[in-house]
Design a protein. Structure first.
Length: 91
């Protein structure tokens, strides 16, 4: 059985449960959060968010994030899966 983590969305003021290995975006939208996204495959950057706390893993390394964005904690929610509980700020 996969671990489940809490992901708190700061601006929405909501927390959703996300199973390890599942996309943060998919779980959030499935829980009724209204987040912006287009491609759902890490190619467009529409789902960028700032990771304030916690650790994620990617199903594949994103190619569209600049080094300064990565250093600033910017992540792509569509290909990110939680490894711990997360706090995310929607952009």
């Amino acid at each position: 059985m996969a671990n489940t983590y809490k992901v708190r969305f700061v601006k929405a003021g909501r927390t959703v449960q996300v199973e390890e290995g599942r996309s943060v975006l998919k779980a959030a939208v499935g829980s009724g959060l209204d987040l912006e996204f287009l491609c759902t495959d890490g190619n467009c950057g529409t789902c960028k968010a700032k990771l304030l706390e916690g650790e994620i893993s990617y199903r594949r390394e994103p190619e569209i994030l600049y080094d300064d964005e990565k250093a600033d904690g910017i992540v792509l929610l569509c290909i990110a899966s939680p490894k711990t509980d997360l706090v995310v700020e929607e952009l």
